[in-house]
Design a protein around this ligand. Structure first.
Ligand code: FAD
Length: 553
């Protein structure tokens, strides 16, 4: 996958997708698989905004039972199964628990009924050949088991717990990259660092978008029959570029924030932990999960006002989430020095009023055809609310797009088609074979890390070391990331900056600050691949060093 603005600009497209988060990536893939000529433009790097801040859960929708939203639960079960099938290296089952209290809605009796209902409603969840990807049935567990799974949790006041399984993604950024690469494999033209700066209209019809090359000076137009605005939190700002301003696509935004904590606090299961900020107020829930030997924890929400680019985490935000964590799990004694990464993102709200001091998040996606809403042809806006269900929303959108363009309806097959790296029919066997076949050449940790990030594509990564064996060495003793990953990202995955490498193509920085030596080695490989001089290389290191994601700022 190469960045080539000339070939991007020199065509008329059926569809131009704006935004390279999970929604834009899924839309471009779907459109290309449906046989439409498709372009995707992203103003930063792919998966550099909300989609990178997710809590990594690929939801099966158990919690939607609380609102009895069965269609949403079913939709989540199906999409979770799709991810487990199409990206088996990146998506894995996740055991979860939650303590039970009293005898009402949070008691064992209600949880038992919920688990039973969930079992019935998700009875087809394991229609997957690989047993490693099966989601076991939920069950009630004792107080002692809760105490073992959440060490030190005060068990007085709890009656036991319920245990169920969901799924998580090992690497949300690589999952989006995989979707973008699959879109390209299906014929799409894509570019990161290509920002939509305006629209061209003929009467009441959008006919083209104006694009600025964010890595250079050029501005160019891309003509399209249809533009799909998948700009996430920027969705309204993109609409505001039109003179004849359509109605807003979202009512407002909320910031959601998670931490990566350096310690692995939970031995094996994720946990939903109830807590109160103040006595008398209603209970909230924090979620913690083991992730890459550390802990992901969140989510804290507050309203966000102003443009999406002004999102900034304040010290007060950090203090509130830290305090929530110590209320929910006092025994863990979590403090500021435990935070290795801060992951904020913006989400659409249902309305601007607060409930229990928190914004109320939108709980349904929107597919807004501006022809219908604003008499403006050629423009559709998409507002997603979950990473998990992006493929399904893309498929629904494409059904509408095909009929708008007068094309025959067709099934893209995106729910069956493996994403790059996904040809791993038996994950456990593949992991074992890879460990064995690479032993003596690479450490077990590195072999595992390659399997989880690259799946069956790991051979293509390792081949880069056949001509340059130094690329098979880790970038520093403290990391399992090897040089070949950096070269692969530059050659095959459109990595343009050191930040792309550190935060989105490799595991180097997504869970905390990488060692200076690792950054130095990675930057030297990028300099060779991209022709950077020393000044450019130092500038790239400086930008990574100053990234707001690091918890030790
Ligand atoms: C804290 C948090 C935790 C979450 N946890 C989960 C979870 O565990 N599971 C789950 O399923 N969901 C979760 N979500 C929700 C999920 O992350 C989002 O629904 C999803 O990532 C939104 O994707 P998107 O593609 O719409 O937006 P984004 O990922 O923000 O992508 C939009 C893209 O558009 C680009 N763009 C904007 N303007 C322009 C322009 N002018 N030109 C070109 N490109 C432009 C941006 O740069 C951006 O990359 C979470 C969200 C948050 C904030």
């Amino acid at each position: 996958m190469k960045r080539n603005l000339q070939s991007l600009a020199n065509r008329d497209y059926d569809v131009v997708v704006v935004g390279g988060g999970i929604y834009g990536a899924a839309l471009a893939r779907e459109a290309a698989l449906c046989g439409l000529s498709t372009a995707l433009i992203e103003k930063g790097d792919f998966c550099s905004a909300t989609s990178a801040s997710s809590l990594k859960i690929i939801h099966g929708g158990l919690r939607y039972l609380q609102q009895f939203d069965i269609p949403r639960l079913r939709n989540s079960v199906i999409e979770r199964r799709t991810f487990l099938r199409t990206a088996p290296h990146l998506v894995h089952p996740l055991p979860c628990i939650m303590p039970t209290q009293g005898h009402l809605m949070k008691g064992q009796e209600a949880m038992f009924c919920g688990l039973l209902l969930n079992e019935i409603l998700s009875c087809d969840r394991n229609c997957l050949k690989d047993p490693e990807k099966h989601i076991p049935a939920g069950r009630l567990i004792s107080r002692d088991t809760v105490g073992q799974l959440v060490p030190g949790l005060a068990t007085d006041g709890i009656t036991g717990g319920c245990s169920w399984s969901d799924a998580y993604t090992y690497n949300s950024e690589r999952l989006v990259t995989a979707m973008v690469r699959d879109a390209v494999a299906a014929g799409a033209e894509v570019s990161n660092y290509a920002k939509l700066t305006g629209f061209h209209l003929s009467g009441n019809r959008v006919t083209a978008v104006r694009v600025h090359d964010e890595l250079g000076e050029a501005t160019f137009d891309i003509p399209a029959k249809l533009v799909i605005n998948a700009a996430g939190p920027w969705v309204n700002e993109v609409l505001a570029l039109l003179d004849k301003r359509p109605v807003s696509a979202v009512n407002g935004l909320a910031m959601g924030m998670n931490f990566v904590l350096r310690r692995q606090l939970l031995p094996s299961s994720a946990a939903g932990l109830p807590f109160r900020r103040r006595t008398g107020e209603s209970q909230r829930l924090l979620f913690m999960m083991p992730w890459r030997g550390q802990t992901l924890a969140g989510t804290y929400y507050r309203p966000h006002r102003g443009p999406a680019d002004t999102l900034k985490v304040t010290e007060q935000d950090i203090e509130i989430l830290l305090s929530d964590l110590s209320h929910a799990y006092p025994a863990a004694e979590i403090n500021r020095s435990d935070i290795s990464a801060i992951l904020p993102g913006l989400l659409p709200v249902k309305h601007t009023q607060l409930v229990n001091d928190e914004p109320v998040l939108a709980n349904h996606f929107s597919i807004i055809d501006h022809a219908r809403n604003d008499a403006l042809e050629g423009l559709i806006s998409i507002v997603g609310v979950k990473y998990t269900t992006a493929r399904d929303v893309a498929a629904r959108t494409l059904r509408h797009v095909l009929s708008k363009l007068g094309r025959q309806q067709r099934d893209s097959g995106s729910d069956q088609r493996l994403l790059p790296g996904g040809a791993v029919p038996d994950f456990r066997a593949f992991l074992d074979q890879t460990r064995t076949s690479l032993s003596g050449r690479l450490s077990t940790d590195i072999a595992e890390h390659l399997v989880y990030n690259f799946g069956d594509e790991l051979q293509s990564v390792l081949e880069l070391g056949s001509t340059q064996p130094s690329l098979l060495a880790p970038l520093a003793p403290s990391t399992t990331v090897i040089g070949a990953e950096v070269a692969f990202a530059a050659r095959e995955e459109m990595a343009m900056t050191l930040a792309d490498i550190v935060f989105r193509r490799t595991d180097l920085g997504s869970a905390g600050r990488p060692a200076p030596e690792a950054l130095d080695t990675a930057s030297r490989i990028m300099a060779r691949e991209c022709g950077w001089d020393e000044a450019h290389r130092f500038d790239e290191i400086r930008k990574v060093d100053n990234a707001p994601i690091f918890g030790d700022r």
